[in-house]
Design a protein around this ligand. Structure first.
Ligand code: AN7
Length: 368
């Protein structure tokens, strides 16, 4: 084989390797699937781990900080990792309809995967508290949307009861297959860093994701794929911080509507993750969330939704505790495009409108 032919072959081998079949096929031996499981996938997973120097500089001490940008999943959030599993298993069991309560992202993801699998999708959302992009997705993907006069916690109570009485499968994170799928994010982090990070910073709502990450880190550690386990650093919005305050929050409130949850179903599992990993739960104010959100956008070119920015806001709030030379991963759970209203209302950019369409006035508006 000539040098050129060899080069050609190596390029095409790489291209083949880079075709990502979705996370069930990529991590099949780690997941509760069999040959009989119909794999319903949108080729989710394999999301980038991006270095963020603006965060590193604010911490100093030779720290490496990455964001796991799960907003690049097919429906724009980490929920797709759980949904490919939950919906594939529901299909395997012959289910014809699924239901969930949602602050938005779960409903978008459930609708996309369930409809792809040919199932009806019912979603209960808190009326008026779901970001526009998420609602648009649920509708476009063909969900049957029920907006209730109540918050997420009320919606979850209702769907749990409905799923116990009617032939519909619940796909909130009480469904164990959701957690199984979501744990693959930890595998991907270790596969890229070739070690676990020292800290894993993550926003918490219902606390399914922190539970899933911890499961993934422990499984890879036990299989000797990493030599250490990270400290699990879970962050909530201060107006909606039941895990930080160790109580229920009856009327949760925050600009980060995704994590506007006052009674997390995975409370016990999240507390175990925190205790076992010597982690920390802390809250961040809406102002701190928006500061991190704007910083990621204008200094890093990364547009996440406000709930996701809580991971970076939490890290910055706790920066004095970061050990020298450590590696930190912040999970950006959802895409910024989900919540255009928040973006339009919270930025430091210049938006001049109504400018006459000629070079002179445009140049003048540019202060040239
Ligand atoms: C962007 O969609 O609960 O702690 O119903 O959308 O696993 O609940 C969303 C949660 C973080 C919190 N970031 O994750 C829903 C929903 C984003 C989210 C969370 C959510 P969990």
């Amino acid at each position: 084989m000539s040098v050129l032919q060899k080069l050609d072959k190596s390029i095409s081998d790489n291209a083949k390797r880079e075709h990502w079949p979705g996370l069930i096929e990529s991590y099949r031996s780690w997941l509760p699937v069999s040959n009989k499981t119909p794999v319903i996938t949108l080729q989710e997973g394999n999301t980038p781990l991006i270095p963020v120097s603006s965060v590193e500089e604010r911490i100093g001490r030779n720290v490496k900080v990455y964001v796991k940008y799960d907003g690049l999943n097919p429906t724009g959030s980490f929920k797709d990792r759980g949904m490919t599993m939950a919906i594939s298993k529901a299909k395997e069991e012959g289910c014809e309809a699924v239901i969930c309560a949602s602050t938005g992202n779960t409903s978008a993801s459930a609708a996309a995967y369930a409809r792809r699998g040919g199932m009806r999708t019912f979603v209960l959302i808190p009326d008026g508290y779901v970001a526009q992009g998420k609602l648009a997705q649920a509708l476009v993907y063909g969900a049957e949307v029920l907006a209730i006069k109540g918050n997420f916690d009320h919606a979850l109570d209702i769907v749990r009861e409905i799923a116990s009485k009617y032939p519909v499968t619940l796909v909130n994170s009480v469904n164990p297959f959701r957690i199984q799928g979501q744990k693959t994010a930890s595998f991907e982090i270790i596969d890229s860093l070739e070690e676990a990070p020292d800290w894993l910073c993550i926003p918490m709502g219902n606390a399914g994701n922190i539970t899933a990450y911890w499961m993934g880190f422990k499984e890879y550690f036990e299989a000797k794929k990493s030599k250490k386990l990270p400290r699990m650093m879970g962050f909530q919005a201060s107006g909606s911080a039941p895990l930080v305050l160790n109580t229920l929050v009856k009327e949760p409130n925050t600009i980060a509507t995704a994590i506007r949850i006052g009674n997390p179903v995975n409370r016990e599992k999240a507390i175990s993750a925190q205790k076992e990993s010597n982690g920390i739960f802390d809250s961040v104010s809406d102002e701190e969330i928006i500061e991190a959100y704007k910083m990621l956008g204008k200094e890093e070119g990364i547009f996440c939704e406000p709930a996701s920015a809580a991971s970076v806001a939490g890290l910055l709030k706790n920066k004095n505790q970061v050990p020298d030379e450590s590696t930190i991963v912040c999970v950006l759970t959802g895409n910024g495009l989900k919540d255009p209203e928040c973006a339009i209302n919270n930025n430091d950019s210049i938006f001049n409108s109504g400018i006459e369409a000629n070079i002179k006035t445009v140049a003048k508006a540019m202060s040239l």
